[in-house]
Design a binder for this molecule. Structure first.
Ligand SMILES: NC(=O)c1ccc[n+]([C@@H]2O[C@H](COP(=O)([O-])OP(=O)(O)OC[C@H]3O[C@@H](n4cnc5c(N)ncnc54)[C@H](O)[C@@H]3O)[C@@H](O)[C@H]2O)c1
Length: 265
């Protein structure tokens, strides 16, 4: 094969033309970045979020760029919301090839400060939702002969962090859930992987700064202190998700890609 053919083949492998994706938490930050990137590469995208207005803004942006998307209001903690969101996606686009379980919340407290309801809230949004939505989507993927699931973990899927007990528990669990699901559904030609972002410039990072009562400038300076010397962008994470969603990653399952500018190094 000459180099032009190889370039064409690589483009084909990254293309998502004809595919349908669901992205949760896609009204903001990383989820919005993922939805936009998948749409740019040709996927029709169902934008799920409890923030309906933000979801519609994501869809408007995708449509302005010539892509196809629908906004679906969905609280990922709710089994019936997850069921209805999947039904609506299939009614609109006929199939589901890619599921990005991205919605998450963080509460920066240690064990003694954290209330039981706060523990439940973080675990429900960040971990249980992945189980709820996946069990709705997987039967559709099996019917289509396969699919790919990408969960948004964190650097704290791989190590602990201060004042974030429920978040660390949820993100650590998410990575092992990813591995377990990959083992169970490899036979169905469903790949399950995780992206583990470091500090990414989104409303969540700003909220962490507020919760910790830290000076925003100092907080961002510390967040940026890593080998590649900057905080990440939603686009940095979306590129890794695109790779995992595409045929480029067709023999990759049950693992994670760390996107953190070298922070864990
Ligand atoms: N920003 C970072 O530094 C960072 C680092 C590592 C991992 N992450 C992870 O990336 C993911 C996205 O985070 P982000 O930084 O874009 O945050 P964000 O706050 O900008 O976006 C999160 C989105 O999730 C939605 N959401 C929250 N609860 C929901 C629910 N119950 N049902 C449906 N949607 C809900 C919010 O409305 C929001 O649109 C999260 O899983 C987060 O833990 C973020």
């Amino acid at each position: 094969m000459n180099s032009k053919n190889i370039r064409n083949r690589a483009e084909q492998m990254l293309s998502l033309e004809g595919k349908v994706a669901i992205v949760t938490g896609a009204a903001s930050g990383i989820g919005r970045g993922i939805a936009v990137r998948l749409a740019e590469m040709g996927a029709a995208v169902a934008v799920l979020d409890k923030n309906a207005e933000g979801g519609m803004e994501t869809v408007a942006g995708i449509e302005r760029d010539g892509g196809s998307a629908i906004a679906i209001a969905c609280d990922v903690r709710s089994r019936s919301d997850c069921h209805q969101a999947v039904e609506r996606t299939v009614a609109a686009y006929g199939r589901i090839d890619i599921l990005c379980n991205n919605a998450g919340i963080v509460i920066r407290k240690d064990t003694l400060a954290l209330e039981e309801e706060e523990w439940d809230a973080v675990l429900d949004v960040t971990l249980k939702s992945v189980y709820l939505l996946s069990r709705e989507v997987i039967p559709h993927m099996i019917r289509n002969g396969g699919g790919t699931i990408i969960n948004t973990g964190s650097g704290w899927s791989l190590k602990g962090g201060a004042k974030a007990v429920s978040y660390c528990a949820a993100k650590g669990g998410l990575l092992n859930l990813t591995r377990a699901m990959a083992i169970d559904h490899g036979k169905d030609n469903i790949r399950v992987n995780c992206v583990c972002p470091g500090d990414i410039d989104t409303p969540m990072l700003a909220s962490e700064c507020r919760q910790l009562g830290e000076n925003p400038e100092q907080f961002m300076k510390e967040a940026a202190s890593r080998p590649l010397n900057r905080v990440g962008t939603a686009g940095d994470v979306a590129n890794a998700v695109l790779f995992l969603a595409s045929d480029m990653a067709k023999w990759i399952t049950g693992t994670c890609v760390v996107v953190d500018g070298g922070g864990l190094a």
